[in-house]
Design a protein around this ligand. Structure first.
Ligand code: FDP
Length: 327
């Protein structure tokens, strides 16, 4: 039996990059370590009584779950120990954290959502960690300015789904690979290399309760989907919904709504990493927050916690949505 661990897979990738110093590998190994620790916490949450509200709210005014805070601390600790990380930013923190100044090195920045979909935790629905790795440009001053790069500049992106199994999906810009945590050996094991999202899939994933507040084009698309034999699947946990879309095809949508006119999802640590994964898997990832619609990864961020609308998944299904937006 040929077992490839995440660690050995990354090391192999490093061999393909001449001059590589291993710094990047260390960062991915920190994220993988954090993911194992978070997975263990998520599994034990009810027993250890760490479900429920933390008592505070994050920068978005959302109630923080105890596990949001625990997952954030785990990632901060694991990444903080890596000398190649200059700046980190998290959904849970108002401001980015500068770990190392110019003279102290630090080639990379990491932005992440430590526990996405955490409102689903109490009912044991899949939740996840989403991350994006960017290069640090020491000539740019200020953590926010350093981080506000377009998604096209991401060096790597990925997510970890804490579901019925713990799945790590990663792209370093050379396709998408999927690993599953084998808890008997404590390693993420490669289960699928060069993952491709199916070109079509008659499933749409959206919170249809907000339909009346979607722009007209999205309502037209939903009418069309209803008339054309589509099925609906919506977990309400982005990582789980995107993972299903990646494996089975279809489209995941979070349109502008009356409550969130820019869309709800965060550009830098939710939309951009998922967009990179989708594009690397042969799919598409667009935003309707621009006119006309454009690629999520072409948006130039102006703030760390900026939101965007999202249309991503199978290429033909994303096209079907945008056709209706144009009418
Ligand atoms: P949550 O609020 O539970 O953390 O961005 C956060 C997110 O979940 C996504 O994971 C999910 O796709 C979305 O919000 C769900 O939003 P709605 O409840 O508005 O559908």
């Amino acid at each position: 039996m040929n077992i490839t661990s995440l660690q050995s897979h990354i090391l192999k990738g490093e061999e393909l990059s001449p001059g590589s110093t291993g710094d990047f590998t260390w960062i991915l190994s920190a994220i993988s370590l954090a993911a194992k620790a978070i997975a263990a916490k998520v599994r034990m949450a009810r027993i250890e009584d760490v479900l429920g509200d933390h008592g505070g709210s994050n920068v978005h005014g959302e109630t923080q779950q105890k596990l949001d805070v625990i997952a954030n601390d785990i990632l901060m600790t694991c990444l903080g120990n890596r000398p190649s990380v200059a700046v980190v930013a998290s959904e849970e923190d108002d401001q980015p954290t500068i770990l190392r100044r110019d003279s102290e090195g630090g080639k990379y920045c990491v932005v992440f959502d430590p526990l996405d979909g955490s409102s689903n935790l109490d009912v044991s629905v899949g939740v996840g960690t989403i991350f994006s790795i960017l290069r640090n440009d020491p000539s740019i001053h200020g953590a926010v300015e350093t981080l506000c790069q377009t998604g096209r500049k991401q060096v790597a992106a990925g997510y970890v789904l804490y579901g019925s199994s713990t799945v790590f999906v990663l792209t370093t810009g050379r396709g998408v690979d999927m690993f599953v945590l084998d808890s008997t050996i404590g390693s993420f094991v490669l289960v699928k290399s060069q993952l491709q999202v199916p070109t079509t899939g008659k499933t749409y994933s959206v919170n249809e309760a907000y339909r009346d507040t979607f722009p007209d084009g999205f309502r037209r698309y939903l009418d069309w989907a209803h008339q054309n034999g589509y099925s609906s699947r919506y977990i309400g946990s982005m990582v789980a919904d995107v993972h299903r879309t990646l494996l089975k095809g279809g489209v995941f949508l979070y349109p502008p709504t009356k409550k969130n006119p820019e869309g709800k999802l965060r550009l830098m640590y939710e939309a951009n990493p998922m967009a990179m994964i989708m594009e690397q898997a042969g799919g598409k990832a667009l935003t309707a927050s621009t006119t006309p619609v454009s690629s999520i990864m072409d948006i130039k961020p102006t703030a760390i916690h900026q939101r965007t609308s999202v249309i991503l998944g199978s290429a033909d299904e994303v096209d079907a949505v945008t056709r209706h937006l144009k009418q």
